[in-house]
Design a binder for this molecule. Structure first.
Ligand code: PNS
Length: 161
């Protein structure tokens, strides 16, 4: 798989240590990994896509030099095809993620039969972590230390100060 390209899509509002764990694991498996942020104005995000891009880039370690950050709009299957990606990566935490992810994976396969979805499991210490919970904790002044990379922690503190 070392020569293959993979897309790791998501909202990343904001990036968590769970996302970063998946990025680092996938960068060891693939020749190129594109972290692709969905441009989705309906979701009323906390951070703009530009801010999310910058936060992801600032959080990547130098060892992940085969990782790119990009923004996409429209269908993920089309974007993955445009990027000549062979694989779509999705992180799965608990069984509850599985049903939605299975539906998406099968629909993406129907749209682009040549592209495989690969489910990856983050380190168990991140298995209960989500961007939504992190946003809520930060909003109410709780500690988010260890849940998100340093640049994201600073940005959340600045946002809710
Ligand atoms: O981080 P998220 O919110 O779980 O990511 C969801 C995402 C961005 C992967 C999904 O909503 C998506 O792929 N959206 C693009 C539109 C699309 O392709 N929809 C059909 C999916 S089968």
């Amino acid at each position: 798989m070392r020569r293959a390209s993979a897309i790791y899509p998501g909202t990343f509002d904001p990036l968590t240590n769970g996302h970063l764990d998946i990025i680092e694991r996938s960068s060891k498996l693939f020749g190129r990994v594109v972290v692709a942020i969905l441009l989705n104005p309906q979701k009323d995000p906390l951070f703009t896509v530009e801010e999310r891009c910058d936060l992801i880039r600032a959080s990547l370690s130098p060892s992940t030099d085969n990782v790119e950050v990009d923004v996409f709009d429209g269908l993920l299957a089309d974007y993955a095809n445009q990027q000549s990606a062979e694989v779509i990566i999705r992180g799965i935490r608990a069984v509850s993620d599985y049903e939605y992810e299975l539906q998406m994976a099968l629909m993406n396969r129907r749209l682009q039969p040549e592209i495989e979805t690969l489910f990856m499991i983050p380190a168990e210490r991140y298995s209960y972590l989500s961007s939504g919970l992190v946003r809520e904790i930060a909003e109410h002044g709780g500690s988010i230390n260890g849940l998100v990379p340093g640049p994201v922690e600073d940005a959340l503190h600045a946002h809710f100060k």
